[in-house]
Design a protein around this ligand. Structure first.
Ligand SMILES: [Zn+2]
Ligand SMILES: [Zn+2]
Length: 311
């Protein structure tokens, strides 16, 4: 369901009225998304008809050896322009600390070779290489991941992010068919027979179908080792917790008031909740329970040498 710009604005406004503490950070993310979306054009992907064949053995589109260097080079080539736009725009209020990180990143962006290596490392989820590049060039790792993935995100054509494409292609794996990242959250959508689960990528924001039950991270199917947490005051979301790998998955279950009228597919509010930052308060709730967040584009895929539980 395509919403008109005005209706979308109104939904966001209501959301921020209910979640005032998210207004500043959320507003910044939305402005970033909009600015980059307006300034950058997606790279040319192979024809849509070939995607099923290209991914049938489990290799995501961007991991193909002809597409990965092409996207990494395109991202590197546009990094400086994207940064100067964000740093110079009146339409986005960048917090001081972030402003400094992005200024540092801009100095780095002049070095095309290093910038290409950075995007290659991001796309390959090569955490060691990302850490090394950040250390060598004095960059803040989180800002680099955040901005880097924001650029990659807009370079992926919108039609590749559509769940319908991946349903048709038969992609049912627990990682993104476009970039290969683990999902950051799930959404439940009404279908003819009950509800179906879809996973959401925090890197390129592709949505794809996945089995309705079980842990998406470790594959645990034992329902006795799964539980659901329903945080107070946020009826639209729940946390699916796996007691096998101690991860939680934020799951959007629909907004009640709107769901009644919604046809099949995503309801009006889903797009809001598909932004990971829109439910940061639920991540805090998860952390309080000692649970692990996975799939965030801001975090390393695996715990670093200092963060791991075991030696
Ligand atoms: Zn992705
Ligand atoms: Zn698990």
């Amino acid at each position: 369901m395509e919403l008109k710009h005005k209706e979308k604005e109104a939904l966001w406004q209501t959301f921020f009225e209910q979640h005032a503490y998210l207004k500043e950070t959320g507003g910044w993310h939305l402005s970033l998304e909009r600015l980059l979306g307006e300034a950058l054009t997606p790279v040319a992907f192979p024809p849509k008809e070939s995607w099923q064949e290209l991914t049938k053995d489990g290799l995501p589109l961007l991991q193909h050896e002809d597409l990965l260097p092409c996207v990494a080079a395109a991202a590197a080539g546009r990094l400086d322009g994207a940064l100067s736009l964000v740093l110079g725009s009146q339409d986005i209020e960048t917090p001081e600390e972030m402003h400094q990180s992005l200024t540092d990143l801009r100095a780095f962006a002049a070095n095309q070779e290093a910038a290409t290596a950075l995007f290659t490392a991001l796309l390959q989820q090569d955490d060691a290489a990302i850490r090394r590049l950040a250390a060598e060039h004095g960059l803040q790792e989180t800002s680099l991941r955040l901005f880097g993935w924001a650029v990659i995100d807009v370079l992926v054509p919108a039609e590749a992010k559509d769940a319908a494409v991946w349903e048709e292609a038969g992609w049912t794996r627990n990682y993104c068919p476009v970039c290969g990242r683990q999902p950051v959250m799930a959404v439940l959508r009404k279908e003819q027979h009950g509800r179906a689960r879809f996973l959401v990528c925090d890197g390129c924001h592709t949505v794809w179908p996945y089995a309705r039950v079980g842990c998406v991270y470790c594959g645990n199917q034992d329902l006795k080792k799964m539980k659901i947490l329903e945080p107070e005051g946020e009826e639209a979301m729940r946390l699916d917790v796996c007691e096998e790998c101690h991860a939680y998955l934020k799951t959007y279950q629909g907004c009640k008031q709107i769901n009644q009228a919604a046809p099949d597919g995503p309801d009006e509010c889903e797009e809001i909740y598909r932004h990971d930052w829109a439910t940061l308060h639920l991540d805090l709730a998860g952390q309080e329970q000692g649970l692990v967040k996975r799939g965030s584009a801001l975090l390393a895929a695996a715990p670093g040498p200092d963060e791991g539980e075991e030696k």
